[in-house]
Design a binder for this molecule. Structure first.
Ligand code: GLA
Length: 730
């Protein structure tokens, strides 16, 4: 019987191969991968290689795609436009490079089959199976399509069916190809408190690489995000713009290779630096996803596409509400005790926000966490500061009518800690070299399942002991200087396994606590990427909360991430008045980190009213569409607005960013995204007590507001202006 079944399946397999062969020899198979407006078209060539023949606006007649063959003429080998570039016959940067079990260093991939899966009305998936005709390796390319958002997630799965381990020398998630007359790359650089500094430059021939080698996060110097504009630099509302982000919180590498005939190849994935991944037989290796969207109407539409996708499909509870909060980091640092916190809980209520967030410094006994030199890793409540424990504070918060949240940094350890004394082998460091720390701390080895359990238990323990705990701020303040794992047999696997270990802990936590709000922080914005954001409700953009700097930082993040995910805290950084600081924080997820008791009565009354206004317009800010109206880089004042899906309520923020004499807005600014046929009442809100509006308040048509605009009258003495836009029903 068994022999018969084997015979039948062999015949079936032969038949499938024959059918495929017939199909390809009669006509080159074309595989269109389409979203609402775009298409990536793959083609199986006569010799069964899989190429990209098109990436752009979709055609109304699918049959015409096959006429695009040889759109990218380059060399005679026919693989320069490979959909997943190998090392055989190829003259350019590969997407995949391997060392086979026998030491041979080549890979070639040919088409086997493809399948379309409909996941929902909006989401579908295309899988294309490839195999090496000589060595036993399978690669499947995945394209997850979010139709109405025009967003694609792309990744690959590599399977080793050889007798021994193979080594993955390069393993990109995605290999894209576009063709234009010129390409403009916008990307970011920065450092601590200097996140998201943009640079846009025309790509020249050769390879431009964005990458990082930090181990425990993707970003410190440059995030895994890019914007490529075709034929001209990026513009807000016109032109072809491709925005993407690698969903990976570790070492990444994104190559942009402009070949001699002006095709641009984009390869994105895990950085192969020190990471020749050793892959066991029959263990699939899944690369992280590259998420991207292509717009034909500029960066504005591209970012709105990404925001909608992120809210619907990626960020935790992206369609839900967010909690406003009071954080104690900058008001107390490590110096607090129970009576001080009791006062802050009362201030939380007085201010009118939802939650009090207790920051760093609440743990460690043998080595108390009184500064950043000790205690990290010892997650027992500090008895001297908080004799009645966290449970007592959670209860007190409840009695005061506010929620309670807490800071953790569970992946890290100070050398001065009981954890380090007990488990020196859990620490990422070179056994034979000097120790290097960042902020006096080491990274714990998350490739080790025991460490994964420890990290899970730190957070799970807090929730099980305090069922009313409503919020976590998860920090990560160090990178890896001396990557080495006492747990790994093959050190080449460590960087990758660290991030996979982190994700498996977060996955387990999210299975148990699917919606609890968690803020992603990494000494500022070191971990802001869509891989990590799958597990978080919000992120901390930067430790720099100086409000003018923040206008620029938040502006740039907004190309990638939706406003409800941006934790913007009002602090005492800078010299701007409280109104300016609050108005800036309101363009995202509003929070405070100030000493409420030091506010004057007017300042307090202003904050309380602004928090109420924020509640009134939160639907537009959190779930509406964002329009950037006037950039802080080219103007004296920045302007942006949000409008809800029904186009009935919106809010416009305006900030003076040039404090020189006689600077401001002297002409109307055109609004966007409204309904031209509707009438809107424009009213200035967030007015400081005792001041009056400086704008021409009244009712205007959407047509007027979008064609002529309105002047927010930003200038000295009115350095920030917030306008409410509300439909006026006749
Ligand atoms: C990092 C964070 C801060 C704060 C401190 C606590 O620097 O970015 O917001 O939580 O850690 O040590």
């Amino acid at each position: 019987m068994r022999t018969y079944l084997r015979f039948v399946s062999l015949i079936a397999a032969v038949l499938i191969i024959v059918i495929n062969t017939l199909k390809t020899s009669a006509q080159e198979t074309v595989i269109p991968i389409e979203t609402k407006d775009n298409a990536i078209v793959l083609q199986v060539t006569a010799d069964k290689h899989l190429n990209i023949i098109y990436f752009g606006k979709k055609l109304s007649d699918k049959n015409e795609y096959q006429n695009i063959t040889h759109f990218f003429p380059l060399d005679g080998n026919g693989v320069f436009n490979s959909a997943y570039t190998t090392t055989t016959r190829n003259l350019f940067e590969p997407a995949i490079a391997i060392t086979n079990a026998d030491g041979n260093k080549t890979i070639d991939l040919v088409y086997v089959s493809h399948a379309f899966d409909k996941i929902s009305d909006d989401v579908s998936e295309v899988q294309v199976k490839l195999k090496d005709p000589v060595y036993n390796i399978d690669v499947t390319l995945f394209y997850k399509l979010y139709n109405s958002e025009n967003v694609i997630e792309q990744w690959s799965v590599i399977e080793n069916h050889q007798k021994g381990n193979i080594s993955l020398n390069k393993y990109a998630s995605a290999n894209l190809l576009v063709h234009a007359k010129s390409y403009w790359l916008k990307h970011y650089y920065g450092g601590w408190a200097e996140e998201m500094r943009p640079e846009e430059t025309q790509l020249t021939h050769g390879i431009k690489t964005l990458d990082s080698k930090l181990g425990a996060r993707a970003d410190y110097f440059q995030p895994p995000s890019f914007m490529v504009s075709l034929d001209k630099p990026s513009a807000e509302d016109d032109g072809d713009v491709l925005i993407g982000n690698l969903e990976w919180s570790g070492n990444y590498r994104i190559d942009f290779e402009l070949d001699p005939t002006d095709n641009l190849k984009l390869l994105a994935g895990i950085n192969n630096y020190a990471s020749d991944y050793s892959l066991k037989p029959n263990t699939p290796f899944e690369t992280p996803k590259l998420v991207y969207t292509l717009s034909h109407h500029g960066a504005g539409e591209a970012s709105r596409n990404l925001h909608t996708w992120a809210r619907k499909y990626q960020i935790v509870d992206g369609m839900g509400p967010r909690l406003t909060l009071l954080n104690n980091w900058e008001s107390t640092y490590f110096d607090f005790n129970e009576p001080k916190l009791s006062g802050l809980l009362k201030d939380t209520k007085k201010l009118g926000v939802d939650l009090f967030l207790l920051d760093d410094g609440w743990f460690g006994n043998k080595y108390p966490r009184n500064d950043d030199h000790a205690g990290l890793g010892d997650w027992q409540v500090n008895k001297a500061k908080l004799p009645n424990g966290i449970a007592h504070l959670v209860k007190e918060a409840k009695d005061d009518g506010v929620k309670f949240g807490i800071w953790v940094e569970p992946e890290m350890v100070n050398p001065k800690s009981e954890l380090y004394e007990k488990h020196p082998d859990w620490v990422v460091k070179q056994p034979k070299r000097d120790e290097y720390t960042m902020r006096n701390q080491f990274v714990l080895d998350l490739s080790n399942p025991k460490v994964q359990d420890f990290v899970f238990n730190v957070v799970d323990g807090l929730f099980t002991q305090n069922p009313d705990l409503a919020y976590i701020k998860w920090d990560c303040n160090a990178v890896m200087y001396n990557a080495y794992s006492a747990n790994e047999k093959d050190q080449s696997n460590f960087y990758v396994d660290y991030v996979k270990g982190l994700y498996s802990v977060l996955e387990k936590l999210r299975t148990k606590y699917p919606k609890v709000p968690m803020m992603l922080c990494s000494g500022g914005g070191g971990r802001v990427d869509y891989g990590a954001l799958k597990y978080f409700t919000e992120y901390w953009p930067s430790d720099d909360t100086e409000p003018i700097e923040r206008v620029f930082i938040q502006w740039e993040y907004s190309y990638l991430y939706p406003a409800l995910a941006s934790s913007n805290h009002v602090t005492d950084w800078g010299k701007e008045p409280i109104k300016f600081r609050v108005d800036v924080a309101m363009m995202g997820k509003l929070g405070f980190d100030i000493v409420v008791s030091k506010l004057s009565p007017d300042q307090l009354a202003f904050c309380q009213q602004a928090i109420k206004n924020y509640g009134d317009f939160s639907e537009a800010i959190w779930h509406g569409d964002q329009y950037r109206l006037q950039s802080p880089w080219d103007n004296d004042a920045a302007s942006l607005m949000y409008v809800d899906a029904a186009k009935t309520r919106g809010i416009m923020f305006n900030y003076l960013v040039n404090n020189r004499y006689h600077k401001g807005t002297f002409a109307p600014i055109k609004l966007k995204g409204l309904d031209a046929g509707k009438k809107y009442r424009i009213k200035e809100i967030n007015l400081y007590p005792g001041t009056r509006s400086g704008i021409k308040e009244g009712v205007y048509s959407g047509d007027f507001l979008m064609t002529v605009g309105i002047n927010p009258e930003v200038r000295e003495g009115r350095t920030s202006v917030v306008l409410a836009i509300e439909e006026e029903k006749s």
